[in-house]
Ligand binder design. Structure first.
Ligand code: NAP
Length: 256
């Protein structure tokens, strides 16, 4: 059987370690024949992401703090030099201050609100602007989101509002970039134990709750999220843009 991403070049932002959702996605992209480019946030992360990059046979591992327009411009420059064209981008990045996720939402600071919006939502706009000129044969941009965008999840707080913003960003970008053949979608994953998830107080009890009540009666496997990301990056989803696809064992449909 032919591979779904053969001949495609994929930029994956947000691989911190082997537990990252972006790691599972990059691994599935590699399995499907994509050439991989990974990024790391700062020098502190460089060695770890380069090691992971070797495991995944990534062609390049480049610096990119999405809070920095300068680093995004340098990333664009590097990508223009090689490989010159990008077909798929995965934006798997979020950040909020730990205290803004643990105290009552009404106590959210102005600075904490702006920070969560900047890193977790605006960065998709900045990344899309960076890569769109390199998507010369059309492309696919996929971001990772969560049910906390539309439902109140305990201790998700400022990040829930950032995810609501992120999903609106998906729709506006899909409208802007659609005429260039660039599709933009969100992938709403069920809870998975990763470094980012561990910052959410009481995360283990969320996992237990979901496993007991989701229609499939289990938690989400990162490989399921990764296979859905392959679909969104591949021609199989060529008619899909501006959407949020749930990979959450069905938990998001439940009322009581
Ligand atoms: P993760 O492994 O901790 O990944 C988060 C990534 O964001 C890390 O690589 C982190 O880099 C990066 N990041 C944060 N600030 C950045 C910045 N300024 N510039 C560049 N990179 C930055 O956790 P994850 O759970 O896989 O999270 C990936 C995405 O999935 C997030 O959008 C998250 O909200 C979403 N998601 C997660 C779950 C879940 O339950 N795990 C469910 C639904 C959606 P550093 O490590 O260098 O800080």
């Amino acid at each position: 059987m032919s591979k779904l991403l053969e001949g495609k070049c994929a930029l994956v932002l947000g691989v911190a370690n082997r537990w990252s959702l972006a790691y599972a996605i990059a691994d599935a992209f590699r399995r499907e024949g994509a050439c991989l480019i990974l990024t790391y946030q700062g020098e502190r992360q460089r060695d770890a992401v380069e090691t992971v990059g070797q495991e995944l046979a990534a062609a390049q591992v480049l610096p990119c703090d999405v809070a920095s327009d300068g680093e995004l411009a340098q990333l664009a420059e590097k990508l223009r030099e090689s490989p010159g064209r990008v077909d798929a981008v995965v934006h798997s990045i979020a950040f909020a201050n730990r205290e803004d996720m643990s105290r009552p939402f009404v106590e959210t600071s102005r600075a904490g609100f702006s920070l969560a919006q900047d890193i977790s939502a605006y960065s998709l706009v900045a990344v899309a602007r960076t890569v769109a000129p390199l998507m010369t044969e059309g492309g696919s941009i996929t971001t990772l989101t969560y049910l906390g965008s539309t439902r109140v999840i305990p201790n998700y707080n400022v990040m829930g509002v950032a995810k609501a913003s992120l999903e609106a960003v998906v729709r506006y970008l899909a409208s802007d970039l659609g005429p260039k053949g660039i599709r933009v979608n969100g992938l709403s994953a069920g809870p998975v134990k990763t470094a980012a998830a561990r910052a959410i107080p009481g995360f283990s009890s969320i996992l237990d709750y979901v496993a007991q009540r989701a229609p499939l009666r289990r938690n989400t496997d990162p490989r399921e999220v990764a296979d859905a990301a392959v679909f969104l990056a591949s021609p199989l989803s060529r008619g899909v843009t501006g959407n949020v696809l749930f990979v959450d064992s069905g938990f998001g449909i439940m009322g009581l």
